[in-house]
Design a protein around this ligand. Structure first.
Ligand code: GLU
Length: 467
């Protein structure tokens, strides 16, 4: 059997982080077993589905490299087929037309509430003679669910889950206007797409029992179900915005790399020993459902940032330069000189940043001259008490250097410190502040070499005292 999985988002908002994890698990499961991974956009709720949401979800999936193996299926386009299946069930006696009025339905709900039990519609039309049907009512079509006994689903993550048929009611397949319900559409599409494994959030677990019986009544083999626990915040409560319940686009904007987000999401609820850094090839090799935990995973920004730092340091300088250029050029125009400096400096910069946002922020000095007086108090202090004068004098001392190379710059500055009889730190720190506006930066000689002689000397010469 070829494994076929799917990610089936409802396009009512962005691709949130929980959805991205569901997509990832489906993708990895299919890859692990050499199967196919498909996307279905569940856009049957025309009121709530929007084009923007579809675009945002597809962008998010593309960014993560989790687009389907085939063009996405749009559920709304299959409505005729869904209705056909319902009509077949009706013809086979597995479903019935229900003429209950709004008042009757309300009375059922009210009675359930009064008795403190969940609402389960028991329609008299299940066994009624259709010839008694009242005129002038557009009936809904309900499924005939079993009323006695129990069903056990062997969920790949939750284990065996059993439900008493008493708890299931005859849910609606077709509305009064003949349109199919979500429950029907999901099952028909999953069947028609050949889905073998349904891996999704455990908020759909109760739906699985309804869907299971719908499969059975259609004479189809139900898929394997795997319901994965939701993602919670670090405090164990439902994930809030502050704790990471954001769209994938927000993570991109915060400066996370897609491979880091994927690695982090993989670890969120799935484990392979103590491994933290897991490449995509390893993930495909190792991923299976038994290692998915049953309890809610806790989202932790600090861990994500840590992992991101790892992937940032592994990323190619040219790629990071493009990402930084894209960010920095939102507020300024970058010329070739600026881009070259960024590319040359990327190795030193990426060693000190955990996100692309931090990387871009820390790279600004390669483009813009520091604004004096410096805002950063630690850096400003380095230019007080004679620090700025040291920076200016060091600049003069460097003017006659033959070659503007890191080792020559270093040798000349060390001699300068000796001549002035001050420790080398007393020279290097004010220089760093004068050149970068900060007290922390990549190696000083590297910075000077990349800025070039002219720019370095110009920056040093204009450094004012900060007293
Ligand atoms: N469209 C549903 C959702 O976004 C998923 C349904 C399913 O996976 O069966 O929650």
């Amino acid at each position: 059997m070829t494994v076929v999985t799917r990610f089936a988002p409802s396009p009512t908002g962005f691709l949130h982080i929980g959805g991205a994890r569901t997509a990832l698990f489906n993708y990895l499961y299919a890859r692990h077993f050499g199967g196919r991974y498909l996307i279905r956009i569940e856009d049957t709720d025309r009121q709530r589905s929007t084009e923007e949401a579809i675009a945002a979800i597809r962008d998010g999936l593309a960014w993560l490299g989790l687009e389907g193996d085939e063009p996405a299926i749009f559920q709304s386009r299959n409505a005729t087929r869904h209705a056909e299946v319902a009509r077949q069930l009706l013809a086979d006696g597995q479903a019935y037309r229900c003429y209950m009025t709004t008042a009757e339905l309300d009375a059922e709900r009210e009675a359930a509430r009064a008795e403190g039990r969940p609402v389960r519609i028991r329609s008299p039309w299940r066994d009624a003679d259709p010839s008694e049907a009242p005129a002038g009512i557009d009936p809904v079509v309900r499924i005939k669910m079993p009323r006695e006994g129990k069903t056990t689903i062997a969920d790949k993550v939750q284990g065996d889950v059993t439900i008493d048929h008493e708890q299931l009611d005859d849910f609606i397949l077709l509305r009064g206007d003949g349109s199919p319900t979500y429950m029907l559409s999901v099952v028909v599409d999953d069947h028609d797409m050949g889905i073998t494994h349904v891996i999704r959030g455990d908020d759909h677990l109760t739906n699985a029992f309804r869907q299971y019986h719908l499969y059975k009544l259609c004479g189809w083999e139900p898929p394997v179900f795997a319901h994965i626990p939701l993602i919670h915040g670090p405090d164990g409560a439902k994930l809030s915005k502050r704790h990471g319940a954001l769209g994938v686009d927000a993570y991109r904007e915060m400066g996370y790399l897609p491979e880091a987000v994927k690695n982090y999401l993989l670890r969120l609820g799935w484990a392979h020993g103590d491994d933290e850094v897991i490449s995509e090839a390893q993930a495909i090799d190792w991923f299976d459902l038994p290692q998915v935990g049953r309890s809610a995973a806790r989202f932790d920004f600090a861990k994500l940032e840590n992992l991101n730092g790892h992937y940032l340091r592994e990323a190619e300088d040219a790629r990071l330069t493009n990402l930084v250029v894209e960010r920095l050029s939102r507020e300024r125009t970058l010329d070739d000189v600026a881009t070259t400096r960024l590319r040359d400096g990327m190795g030193g910069l990426k060693a000190r940043a955990n996100t692309v946002a931090q990387l871009a922020e820390s790279a600004i000095f390669y483009i813009d001259r520091p604004v004096f007086p410096l805002e950063n108090p630690k850096a400003a202090k380095l230019l007080s008490g004679g620090g700025a004068a040291v920076a200016r004098e060091a600049g003069s001392a460097l003017r006659d250097l033959d070659r503007w190379l890191e080792e020559d710059i270093e040798a000349r500055l060390r001699r300068f410190a000796e001549e002035k009889e001050i420790g080398f730190g007393k020279v290097a720190q004010p220089l760093r502040a004068a050149l970068t506006g900060s007290n922390a930066s990549p190696g000083l000689f590297e910075v000077m070499a990349i800025l070039g002689r002219e720019e370095t000397l110009a920056r040093l010469a204009r450094t004012p005292d900060h007293d």
